[in-house]
Design a protein around this ligand. Structure first.
Ligand code: HEC
Ligand code: HEC
Ligand SMILES: [Cu+2]
Length: 492
C-alpha cells in the first residue's frame, strides 16, 4: 500500500520536474532568455499575468482552505455511547446581491487591467519603432522548411536567416501551403503564416550569435523538424554576407553541375546572385507549387529551398543536421532517412524507385558541386580549380564531339533522351532538327534550337511545362552553343 502510494508521488513529481525543466533559460528554445526588445516586451507581459494570476490563486485557495478548516462539519460524541450527534446545519442563505456585484466587478477590472498592456504589446510588436530603418524580410512557411526573401536586396535563401544586430527586422509572414507559425523563442514570436493572408511582426536581436527558430503550429508529418536558424551578426559582418550572396561562386566545371541540372534544378534554384533572379525565383516557386498542387501524381517538381551558396550554410534540411559532406551525401541518397515525409523524395523523378537512382560517385559529385557553391573570395574556403583545368585541357576533333561532351556535362542528358519517343523530363532529342523548322515562324531549324537552349521559355513544346528547363545556358559560350546544335543535328 505504502509503496504504491510512494510510487504515485514519485512519478507525479518527476513529471512535474520534467515540465519545470522546460522553463530553464539555458535551453536554446527557452522563452525566458530574452535576446531582444520584442522578447522582452512579451516576457514582461507574461510575468505581469503570471503574478496577477499567482496572487489570485493564493487568495482564492487561501479562502477555500480557511473555509474548509473552519467550517467543517463537526460531530458531537454522546458520552457513554458509540453514537455521535450530527452537526446542526448552518444557516441556509440564497443570493447576496452585494457580494455578487462585487465578484463580477473585480474580475472585470482585472481583465481590463490585463487588456491594456496586452493590446499595447500587440501593437508595439507589430510595427517596428518609428524612424528605425528596419531590414525587411519575407518569411514563407512551406511544408517543412522556411524560405527567406530579402526583397530590397534581391536575395532568396532558406532555413538560415541572417540579420544584423541592433537593427529592427520587419517580417512579412506568408505561407504557400498550410498554416505555420514563425517563432524564435529567445527573440520573438509566435505569429502564424497563413496561406492567402499576410501577417506581420518585427524583432530585433541585441547580441551576435545563433538563435534557434521553430515552426510553432502543427503543420503535418515533419512539423517538429521544421526548424530554422537565425544568425545575428554585427552590421558590418552582415553586409559582407549580403554582398557575398550577390557574388557568383568561383566557377568550377564539374560532373556534379551537370547532374544537378538534370536531377535537381527543376525544384532548386542556385543563382540568387544573377540579374533578375529574385523575380524569376518568385514566379518559378509559385509555378513549381501550382504544378504539384494541380497534379500531385504526375508532377516532377514542387517548391523547394533555394540552394544559392549552400557551401556557407551551417545546417541541412531545415535544421535537421549539420551541413557536412557526409550528411549531404546521406540526404541526396535517401532524404527520408533524415526527414520522413519530405516532398523532395516523394516528388522527384530521381527517387521514383525509393533511394536516388544515382551511382555512389554521382551522389558525391553532386554533393561536392553544392559544397563548392561559395561566394568567390568568401573566407579562405576557395573552391578547387582542378576539374576546371582538366576540362580546359580537353581537345575536340569536331564540334559534334564537343557537343556530345557538353550534352552530358551540362546536364542535358538528364532531361532529354536520344531515343525516339522516350521522355525523361523534357522531349526526346530524336529527330529534333527535322521537326524544328515549323515551330516558330521566321526561325530556321538551327535558330529554333539555339533559342530553345538559350531562352527555353520563348517557345514551350506542347505537353511540357515552362520553367522546367533551366534558363542558364545563355551563359555558355557561342562555340559551345554551336557545338551542342551541331551534335543535336546528328540525333535522328
Ligand atoms: C521534386 C522537387 C525536388 C527535387 C527534384 C530535388 N529536391 Fe532537394 N528539396 C526539395 C524539397 C521540397 C526540400 C525541402 C525538404 C525539407 O526540408 O523538408 C529539399 C531540400 C534539399 C536540400 C536541403 C536544403 C536546405 O536548405 O537545407 C538539399 C541540399 C537538396 N534538397 C538537394 C537536392 C539535390 C542534390 C537534388 C538532386 C539530386 C534535389 N535536391 C532534388 C525538393 C526537391
Ligand atoms: C531540368 C530538365 C532539363 C534540362 C537539364 C535541359 N532541358 Fe531542354 N527541355 C526541358 C523541357 C521540360 C523542355 C520542354 C519545354 C520547353 O519547351 O521549354 C525542353 C526543351 C528543349 C528543347 C526543345 C525541344 C523540342 O522538341 O522542340 C531543346 C532543343 C532542348 N530542350 C535542349 C536542351 C539542351 C541542349 C540542354 C542542355 C544544355 C537542355 N535542354 C537541358 C528540360 C530540360
Ligand atoms: Cu510548419
Amino acid at each position: 500500500m505504502i509503496t504504491k502510494r510512494l510510487l504515485k508521488y514519485f512519478s507525479l513529481s518527476s513529471l512535474l520536474l520534467l515540465f519545470i525543466s522546460s522553463c530553464s533559460p539555458h535551453h536554446e528554445q527557452s522563452t525566458f532568455a530574452n535576446a531582444g526588445p520584442v522578447a522582452q516586451a512579451q516576457s514582461e507581459l507574461f510575468y505581469l499575468m503570471f503574478w496577477i494570476a499567482g496572487i489570485i490563486f493564493v487568495l482564492v485557495q487561501g479562502a477555500l482552505i480557511f473555509a474548509l478548516l473552519n467550517f467543517r462539519r463537526k460531530e458531537y460524541p454522546i458520552p457513554g455511547s458509540d453514537f455521535k450527534l450530527p452537526d446542526i446545519p448552518p444557516k441556509q442563505v440564497h443570493g447576496n446581491t452585494k457580494l455578487e456585484i462585487l465578484w463580477t466587478i473585480i474580475p472585470a477590472l482585472i481583465l481590463v487591467a490585463i487588456a491594456v498592456p496586452t493590446v499595447q504589446t500587440i501593437y508595439s510588436t507589430y510595427e517596428p519603432p518609428e524612424n528605425s530603418d528596419p531590414l525587411e524580410i519575407v518569411a514563407m512557411g512551406h511544408q517543412w522548411w522556411w524560405e527567406f526573401r530579402y526583397p530590397d536586396e534581391g536575395i532568396v535563401t532558406a532555413n538560415e536567416l541572417r540579420v544584423p544586430t541592433n537593427r529592427p527586422v520587419k517580417v512579412t509572414l506568408q505561407s504557400q501551403d498550410v498554416i505555420h507559425s514563425f517563432w524564435i523563442p529567445q527573440v520573438a514570436g509566435k505569429k502564424d503564416t497563413v496561406p492567402g493572408n499576410t501577417n506581420q511582426m518585427w524583432f530585433q536581436v541585441d547580441k551576435p550569435g545563433n538563435y534557434s527558430g521553430q515552426c510553432g503550429e502543427f503543420c503535418g508529418i515533419a512539423h517538429a523538424r521544421m526548424r530554422f536558424r537565425v544568425i545575428a551578426e554585427e552590421e558590418a559582418d552582415f553586409n559582407v554576407w549580403l554582398n557575398a550572396m550577390k557574388t557568383p561562386p568561383k566557377t568550377v566545371a564539374s560532373e556534379g553541375y551537370g547532374l544537378f541540372l538534370a536531377h535537381c534544378s527543376m525544384c532548386h534554384s542556385i543563382d540568387s546572385y544573377s540579374d533578375g533572379s529574385y523575380e524569376r525565383e518568385i514566379t518559378v516557386q509559385d509555378e513549381r507549387w501550382a504544378d504539384w498542387y494541380d497534379n500531385q501524381e504526375e508532377s516532377a517538381r514542387v517548391s523547394a529551398p533555394n540552394l544559392t551558396h549552400l557551401g556557407i550554410r551551417t545546417m541541412l534540411a531545415a535544421g535537421e543536421k549539420d551541413m557536412t559532406r557526409e550528411n549531404l551525401i546521406a540526404w541526396i541518397k535517401n532524404p527520408s532517412d533524415i526527414k520522413q515525409g519530405t516532398r523532395m523524395q516523394s516528388v522527384a523523378n530521381v527517387y521514383k524507385a525509393g533511394a536516388a537512382n544515382l551511382k555512389e560517385h554521382e551522389v558525391e559529385a553532386i554533393a561536392d558541386y553544392l559544397l563548392s557553391q561559395i561566394p568567390d573570395g568568401w573566407g579562405s574556403a576557395a573552391a578547387s580549380t582542378e576539374s576546371l583545368e582538366e576540362a580546359e585541357a580537353m581537345v575536340w576533333n569536331t564540334p559534334e564531339e564537343h557537343g556530345e561532351y557538353l550534352f552530358g556535362n551540362q546536364g542535358c542528358s538528364g532531361c532529354h533522351s536520344l531515343n525516339e519517343d522516350e521522355v525523361i523530363v523534357g522531349p526526346s532529342m530524336y529527330g529534333l532538327i527535322d521537326r524544328s523548322a515549323s515551330n516558330t515562324e521566321g526561325l530556321s531549324a538551327e535558330e529554333y534550337v539555339y533559342q530553345s537552349i538559350t531562352y527555353p521559355n520563348e517557345y514551350i513544346v506542347d505537353g511540357y511545362a515552362a520553367n522546367v528547363m533551366p534558363q542558364i545556358f545563355i551563359n555558355l559560350g557561342e562555340e559551345e552553343l554551336n557545338a551542342l546544335i551541331s551534335y543535336l543535328k546528328t540525333i535522328k
